[in-house]
Design a protein around this ligand. Structure first.
Ligand SMILES: [Zn+2]
Ligand SMILES: [Zn+2]
Length: 224
């Protein structure tokens, strides 16, 4: 059986549904996207209760905003790294440091509206550590890998096919970037590069960012 990858845009964040023997979801979008989520999975004939796991790549508002709502709709467990679970459990809204001048300008804009964003809090069911986490028990041939840099608790999902879902460890859409590449916001840009070396070593081939279209991992390899 092949692996199906379905992008589900929920606000500025492109979430993904991955289906093989089991079905999992990556990220949950910005707040109040429950209805859009239901419409999107109806279109691809997936029943909410068939989604067993929601992996949150990191704790930024545009990735965790609808986690509580979608957990309620699906009954899925939420997996998130230990270093960022407070974002969801305590509704924290960290703003990541800018890497370049354009990102500085965007940070000023974000600083105005992020305080107005309300993230409904809920518990994280599976706390990810720094070790790899196999997705085999969820019917997906792949694993979750700790890939810090954009934020300290960022994780990526690497499938056996070489498809890798990286959250914001790469970016590929306006207003963030005009072409695919490294994130313009990062807690530690050196750690971003180290995480990419790890993913490339482990066989990452096709990159699925949370902002923008998929692209070849060779683009990242060349930029390191
Ligand atoms: Zn982010
Ligand atoms: Zn993001």
């Amino acid at each position: 059986m092949g692996i199906d990858i379905h992008p589900i845009p929920l606000g500025p964040d492109r979430c993904y549904i991955i289906r093989e023997k089991g079905i999992i979801m990556i990220d949950s979008g910005s707040p109040n996207k429950g209805k859009k989520f239901i419409k999107s999975i109806n279109k691809i004939s997936i029943k909410p209760e068939h989604i067993k796991l929601i992996i949150l790549t990191h704790g930024h508002w545009d990735h965790i905003g609808s986690a509580k709502e979608i957990k309620g709709i699906t009954g899925a467990k939420i997996a998130m790294h230990r270093l960022e679970k407070d974002c969801l459990e305590k509704s924290l809204k960290p703003i990541p440091p800018a890497v370049n001048r354009w990102a500085h300008i965007l940070t000023k804009i974000m600083a105005r509206f992020i305080p107005l964003v309300n993230i409904p809090s809920t518990d994280v069911d599976i706390i990810l550590e720094n070790e790899e986490f196999s997705l085999v028990e969820f019917g997906i041939p792949g694993k979750i890998i700790h890939t810090p840099g954009h934020s300290s608790g960022s994780v990526s999902i690497l499938l056996e096919t070489g498809d890798v879902f990286v959250g914001d460890l790469a970016m590929n859409s306006f207003p963030l970037r005009l072409s695919p590449g490294l994130p313009i916001f990062a807690d530690d840009i050196q750690k971003v590069k180290d995480s990419w070396k790890l993913l490339l070593d482990k066989g990452a081939k096709m990159v699925y960012p949370a902002h923008g279209n998929p692209f070849s991992a060779e683009i990242i390899r060349k930029s390191l």
